[in-house]
Design a protein around this ligand. Structure first.
Ligand code: ATP
Ligand code: MG
Length: 427
């Protein structure tokens, strides 16, 4: 019988990789706590309408890539293609705005898009989503960008670049949109098929096209930056000034338009040259209209989504974090009395702060030793019936082979000393 395979575009995160995930989560949590952000957890599926209304049918994520289906009760449901819309729904539904002032929120979890799977692009992927709601101040934009930058830097990632743009207000974009359509229409036949459709649906997205010929045409297209109102320009200037002030360098990229419709003013992306075609690790921007559009009070907001799988690819390249489990003790026992006692000893050791893996095989000592060597533990403890009768144990430092006999009580009493020796051996 053939075995069942995982769904195309999904992957298992195996124990050899999961320490990297834990590291990302640890650094994200620390950084976010230091900026006073609080975690929120929202469902991975929502009413399809939330995404249609919030993100927009004209986007790839909703129009072409969304996993939507009817549930058994005939409701139209969708797996979330991104996290912001659900988070804003929760903000409104739970009246988090009523707490007044600014809400700083984050969430890490899976999102789903029906895309062509390739390196750094999956159908189930994970995002760290960070949002600040309730501030129009340029310092909020800079706080969000600084958090993204800090997480990446703390992880040890280099060769990253920050692209920055302003997509203006909805009104600025309306005028710009007309200028774009006027510019692209004479070239319509030369544009790639997607861009031809976008010409009527979402002309800004043509700027984002990865098609070579389209990109050539885009070079001379009017720049959005020439269509910013005074207000929008002021905000954009302030963001740049504050970024410079906190020492974050950036490139202005007037072609940067984010895939999702709800963005206003600031748009940014962080890319790495070490990622190949899927270079964008983090994308974000301001979305002053979304909360109201989803039925909440008028609320300015800005946030980002960071792609965890792409981060993992980068972390594997820099090879800075060990994925070997940090195990203190591998406990070997053989004989009826010894095996009985080993469970008690292991528990005493764990209560005293050691991590302990117990060999359950009952096989010859030689075989158990081989497994001890492979386990990554620093100490092998050997308990035979003779040791068990005397409440003793053989302590073997696996790297050097140095071995001595100790009472089990001494092993516990000297736990602090032994653990510091373990820590030294490890680093
Ligand atoms: P791209 O242009 O690469 O398709 P996007 O603009 O669609 O990205 P966003 O919606 O801004 O992406 O999502 C934020 C981040 O989530 C991206 O920068 C990327 O790191 C990650 N991401 C998006 N789609 C996928 C995917 N299918 N697989 C893995 N990561 C993804
Ligand atoms: Mg995409």
């Amino acid at each position: 019988m053939s075995s069942i395979q995982a769904i195309r575009g999904t992957r298992d995160i195996l124990p050899s990789e999961s320490p990297l995930w834990a590291k990302i989560e640890e650094i994200a949590r620390q950084t976010l706590a230091s900026y006073a952000y609080r975690e929120i957890r929202t469902p991975i599926f929502e009413q399809t309408e939330l995404f249609a209304r919030g993100i927009g049918e004209a986007t790839d994520a909703v129009g072409k890539e969304m996993y939507s289906f009817e549930d058994r009760g005939g409701r139209s449901i969708a797996l979330r293609p991104e996290i912001t819309a659900g988070l804003v729904r929760a903000f409104i539904q739970n009246k988090l705005f009523a707490q007044g002032g600014v809400q700083r929120l984050w969430h890490l979890g899976p999102a789903f898009r029906y895309e062509r799977p390739q390196a750094g692009r999956q159908r189930q992927f994970h995002q760290l989503d960070v949002e600040i709601l309730g501030s129009r101040d340029a310092r909020a934009d800079v706080e969000i960008i600084a958090i993204a930058t800090q997480i990446l830097t703390c992880l040890g990632l280099q060769s990253l670049s920050l692209d920055l743009n302003s997509v203006g207000s909805g009104e600025d974009r309306q005028t710009y949109r007309e200028a774009l359509v006027a510019y692209f229409t004479p070239y319509k036949e030369d544009l790639d098929a997607d861009s031809q459709t976008r010409l009527t649906l979402n002309p800004l997205r043509i700027l984002d096209s990865k098609d070579k010929r389209t990109q050539e045409i885009v070079i001379d297209a009017p720049s959005l930056l020439d269509y910013l109102s005074d207000d929008s320009q002021r905000h954009f200037d302030a963001v740049q000034q504050h970024l410079t002030n906190v020492g974050i360098s950036f490139n202005i990229n007037p072609r940067l338009v984010r895939g999702l419709d709800y963005y206003t003013h600031t748009a940014f992306e962080i890319q790495s040259t070490d990622l190949g075609a899927q270079a964008t690790v983090c994308g974000g921007g301001r979305y002053d209209g979304l909360v109201a559009q989803l039925g909440g009070p008028d609320t300015s907001a800005i946030g980002f989504g960071m792609g965890i799988e792409r981060l993992i690819i980068l972390l594997e390249q820099i090879n800075r974090y060990s994925t070997v489990p940090e195990l203190d003790i591998y406990l070997i026992s053989r004989g009826e009395k010894a095996e009985l006692q080993s469970a008690q000893l292991a528990n005493r050791l764990r209560q005293n702060g050691y991590s302990v893996e117990v060999d359950l095989s009952g096989s010859a000592f030689g075989k158990q030793f081989k497994r001890a060597d492979r386990s990554g533990a620093l100490i092998g403890l050997i308990l035979g019936d003779a040791e068990a009768a005397a409440n003793k144990v053989q302590v073997k430092w696996l790297a050097s082979g140095e071995q001595s006999e100790m009472t089990q009580d001494d092993l516990i009493a000297q736990a602090d000393d032994i653990k510091s020796k373990i820590a030294q051996a490890r680093h």
